[in-house]
Design a protein around this ligand. Structure first.
Ligand code: KIV
Length: 258
């Protein structure tokens, strides 16, 4: 059965994982509740230094692939930087995502200032996931990736942002890089599900970038990431073995030829 919003809303906890292609989406489908086609793909797959250069075409291409691989998971497509700077432009681009992919929802970064945009999209039958706290699309203007909710003013702003996003019609809220007690208070103050990343234990769900949690991106490990696999090492060892087998004439064998 497909994970619709009503199915997700009945669950005690929610799990979200990123995926960028059909192969991994197929593996994660059935296991995780929600697959996020995050604009993080611009860094982990394209090797760019931030998410800001991701394009709408890129997101649509990868979301199509994920939708081909996943049949059960609820699929969320990130709206990339510069594709939702006015409500009207956001609507045009979100419609393009809905028309060209089978994404269940779009996600956009921003608080109270994005409420009008979220309302316009919601009023036009597009499900929106909000994203507050540390917002990677603000990394250039803010000069880095900064944890939020560290003082009273920041906490108040986050609480107001969450309320405004819920009232505008968002169906879910990602909270990234926020002090645990603040994320807890936000989660208690809204009735839509909250999904945390680096936001502690009290959000309804958790999200991790797949290449971080499976150890394929091994240059550094943010504090909030738990590595469930040493992916880069496992792959390197396997490829080394293949190269060795070719070099010493062990591959292909009698069973591997026509
Ligand atoms: O782009 C992404 O992968 C995200 C997650 C970090 C939530 O937005």
């Amino acid at each position: 059965m497909k994970n619709t919003l009503s199915v997700l809303n009945k669950k005690e906890k929610l799990t979200m994982i990123t995926a960028y292609d059909a192969l991994f989406a197929k593996i994660f489908d059935e296991i995780a509740d929600i697959i996020l086609v995050g604009d993080s793909l611009n860094m982990s797959f394209l090797g760019e230094s931030d998410t800001l250069t991701a394009t709408l075409e890129q997101m649509i291409y990868h979301t199509k692939a994920v939708c081909n691989g996943a049949k059960k998971a609820y699929i969320v497509c990130d709206m990339p930087f510069g594709t939702y700077h006015t409500p009207e432009i956001a609507l045009q681009n979100a419609i393009k995502i809905y028309k060209e992919t089978k994404a269940d929802a779009v996600k956009l970064e921003g608080g109270i200032e994005k409420a009008e945009t979220i309302k316009l999209l919601s009023d036009n039958a597009i499900a929106v996931v909000g994203h507050i706290g540390l917002m990677p699309q603000f990394s250039r203007s803010e000069g880095g990736y900064k944890v939020k909710g560290k003082d009273e003013a920041s906490k108040e702003k986050l609480l107001n942002d969450a309320k405004a996003i819920e009232e505008a019609g968002a169906v879910m809220l990602v909270i990234e890089g926020v002090k645990e007690d603040v994320a807890k208070e936000i989660s208690k103050s809204v009735s839509i599900p909250t999904i945390g990343i680096g936001a502690g234990r009290y959000t309804k769900g958790q999200v991790l970038v797949w290449s971080d949690m499976l150890g394929f991106f091994d240059e550094f490990k943010p504090k909030f990431v738990r590595r469930y696999l040493d992916g880069a090492k496992i792959v390197k060892d396997a490829v080394k073995k293949y190269v060795e087998d070719v070099n010493n004439g062990n591959f292909p064998s009698d069973e591997e030829i026509y």
